[in-house]
Design a protein around this ligand. Sequence first.
Ligand code: CA
Ligand code: CA
Ligand code: CA
Ligand code: CA
Length: 381
Amino acid sequence: MRKISQLVVGSIVIALLLNLSTTCSNNFPMNEQNLVLRELGQFDDGGEIVTFQIIENIAYVADWDDGLEILDISDPSDPTELGQYDIRYARGVQVVDDVLYLACNTNGLMILNISDPSHPTKLGEYYASDAHQLIPKGNIGYLANWHHGIEILNLSNPSNLIKIGQFNDGGSVFTLQIIDEIAYVPEYTNGLEILNISEPTTPTKLGQFNDGGETVAICVIDKTAYVADKEDGLEILDVSDPTNPIKLGNYHDGGDVVGVQVIGSIAYVTDWRDGLEIIDVTTDPTNPTELGQYYDGGRANDVYIIDNLAYVADGSDGLEIIQIWEEKEISQSITSVTSSTGVDTVTEHNTTLRSEIAILFLIIILLMIRKRGKGGGGVLS
Ligand SMILES: [Ca+2]
Ligand SMILES: [Ca+2]
Ligand SMILES: [Ca+2]
Ligand SMILES: [Ca+2]
């Protein structure tokens, strides 16, 4: 009798504890898809972060009116500034060893020595009327120079870059990606152009895809081009025949898609109005589906993924570091997860499981009580 009473009290306490723990719910921005995203860290000291490059534990950030900012990201929950180089209109950054090429729109291309990240110094500059990004290939640099196409530079002497060629067939070039001897060039209203650069100073056009829109960024993997189109969203093209790119599908749920990185079967997309969008692009490339999204204001320009962290150049929100979880990873865990920010986080997905266990436990106890009651005459009396 006493044992049963203790069991009843114990089961009620366990039931309460099991359900109580689910009220310690996290602050994850939950969504209907199967990825869970939350902000882990942020760096924002003003400015408008456009793009960045991460090398080991350092982020080199093009911060528009704030110039170049160099951040220590060894603790992603708390990025700190190591150094800065002041110049206006910083929008594109590329690091080659100790040299950093900073594209600064009408301020041209700055070449900086970053061997001491706390004190970047100027090695030289190259005049360009609208420098957006420099992409290096060995000693040759391809400078996306907006309305003026691509300027081809000899990078051998960083303090004295020399122009050795140009490609301009009328498009407006934001950036480009080079794989072997092919350059994939998003050319705004001209769509995607594919160039043969086997003769580095005299590129020739192999093919083009343009179905309208405003093409601004590109990620090519395994003969598939993922194109960020501000108007049409994420476009997926088969580029196995560079002379004849074929559209496989696209994803567009509104907003302005301006950046993309693809890893495995997943595209990580930056959208000015919708923030970071994560899209399954390989299950059915003709019908990509959204897996998760994070937006808390700002203007997501560019993204880079390391493990389960998304680094997002988020305009006036600075650099945001978003942690990505698979929902199943969390729901299978019944222990709380303490993030590096010290916030205790337990998902709501355990609620159902724990409630069911508690109810089952109570039913078993009640059945035992009832059985004993029938044999011994009123257990609870
Ligand atoms: Ca800043
Ligand atoms: Ca398009
Ligand atoms: Ca969108
Ligand atoms: Ca934001």
